[in-house]
Ligand binder design. Structure first.
Ligand SMILES: [Zn+2]
Length: 97
């Protein structure tokens, strides 16, 4: 993936950047303030954070995690069984004569 071509054609061989010279604009991470290429960011907010770790650290959660995290549905309690109703009827205080 990483081209390991050493370009020694120029007299002053500057260290070639890993990304294209004018392919993409570098951004500064909102958290760690590192400069990064947005397309290489693992964050869902790649225009803001250099990686999902910074996103996670800054927000306290990750957007990607939220997408997969669904609120637990409340356990719906089963409706009262008819036996209870009958029990209540039979539980009426009997009039003692
Ligand atoms: Zn960062």
């Amino acid at each position: 993936m990483v081209p390991a071509m050493a370009d020694t054609s120029g007299p002053d061989s500057l260290p070639a950047p890993a990304f294209g010279p004018d392919s993409e604009e570098m951004l500064r991470c909102n958290r760690c303030e590192l400069r990064y290429v947005p397309s290489k960011s693992t964050s869902s907010l790649r225009l803001t954070y250099c990686s999902f770790l910074c996103e996670l650290g800054d927000l306290g959660f990750s957007i990607a995690g939220l997408e997969h995290m669904e609120p637990q549905p409340k356990a719906i309690e089963a409706p009262a069984v008819d036996l209870d109703a009958q029990a209540e009827e039979t539980a009426e205080p009997a009039v003692v004569e």
